[in-house]
Design a protein around this ligand. Structure first.
Ligand SMILES: [Fe+2]
Length: 351
């Protein structure tokens, strides 16, 4: 007896019961002879009297091998081969032909037939060819299953890594808010609104991911600012405000060397830039401000206006929207403000 998985002409390895060999021939005697021989070898067979009928049966049966005559009334075996190859490229097809049809058989092999048998064929040759065809099918199915397993594993690990990165960044953003109690919740609100605005602009998935990181960490540089300034009740002095204005560059120093976050740095660095060049830290103008930074600045300003500060109460949402409109072209990118308002992105937070 052969070892498992080893195929020989004398003892072909039987298939799982659900695997079916489909025998296609318009000559009933040959069709039944082939099916009887293979059934006697332990295989499950189904028969079709035409290529058309075979094609109808394929979706309903777990066919692992097709054995078909070439010349039949209606569609030929070569035509059937072409259709089967399109439906299931890994499904082997063995064609049967008369001795005079060698050219057709060679042509069929060129078109992807797994093997061909010439009539009259020896029954052992039929069994041997069927066994090889089924081995090829098994190998293809196992290879596909392994490939799908690998793809699922990579996707799962990628998702796990992404979640681990996000958890780390969320922890960092909580550290910012623990220090500046008046901006509690700001990072997450800016995150949600930035994502919505980025999606409205048409950003791709990777860019949206970096925008998310930037939104969560945009104020991380405030960790370098004394807490008594961040939480001061009352107006800031010029010197104190100058210290706060250092927070974008402080963030660049903290994050700039981290490969994971480097793509998010331009948005963080530029989130207080203004279109008219009166922003900080670089005084950039117009389109020289990175798009991600221009996006981030709109929800960040909106959230700052609608949040309570130690030196002023929260502004009503409608008034904050009016302020955004007033800042179009000077502080904010006009198209981004329009998108922000048009999509009522602020409403997503039920503000
Ligand atoms: Fe900021």
């Amino acid at each position: 007896m052969s070892a498992p998985g080893v195929v020989s002409a004398e003892q072909p390895a039987p298939l799982d019961e659900e695997d079916v060999i489909l025998v296609v021939d318009d000559d009933g005697s040959i069709r039944e002879l082939i099916a009887d021989v293979l059934t006697a070898k332990g295989y499950t067979c189904a028969t079709a009297e035409s290529a058309e009928q075979a094609l109808e049966m394929l979706p309903t049966r777990n066919v692992s091998l097709v054995i078909s005559d070439i010349y039949m009334s209606g569609m030929t075996g070569v035509d059937l081969l072409a259709k089967v190859s399109r439906l299931d490229p890994d499904l082997p097809v063995i064609l049967i032909t008369g001795m005079a049809d060698m050219d057709a058989a060679i042509e069929a092999l060129k078109k992807g037939a797994y093997d061909f048998l010439t009539k009259p064929f020896h029954l052992d040759n039929l069994a041997f060819s069927a066994a090889r065809g089924l081995e090829k099918r098994r190998f293809a199915v196992e290879r596909k299953a392994y490939q799908e397993f690998l793809e699922r594993t990579v996707a799962k690990r990628t998702q796990d890594l992404k979640q681990a990165n996000l958890d780390l960044i969320l922890a960092l953003s909580e550290a910012i808010e623990a220090k500046d109690r008046y901006t509690r919740g700001n990072c997450n609100r800016v995150r949600v609104m930035s994502q919505a605005l980025g999606a409205a602009v048409g950003m791709d998935e990777k860019s949206l991911e970096m925008l998310e990181y930037a939104a969560l960490l945009h104020d991380i540089g405030k960790i370098a600012v004394p807490g008594k300034i961040l939480n001061k009740k009352g107006p800031l002095t010029v010197e104190e405000f100058a210290l706060i204005k250092e927070h974008p560059l402080a963030a660049v120093k903290m994050l700039g060397e981290l490969a994971l976050l480097r793509p998010a740095v331009p948005a963080i660095r530029g989130h207080h830039e203004r279109l008219d060049g009166r922003g900080y830290p670089d005084g950039l103008t117009g389109d020289r401000i990175p798009l991600e930074a221009r996006i981030l600045s709109v929800p960040d300003a909106f959230d700052a206006m609608t949040s309570q500060r130690p030196y002023r109460p929260a502004m009503p949402v409608d008034a904050a929207m009016d302020e955004l409109c007033l800042g179009k072209g000077t502080q904010f990118d006009p198209q981004l403000v329009d998108l922000f308002l048009e999509h009522a992105i602020s409403r997503k937070l039920n503000l």
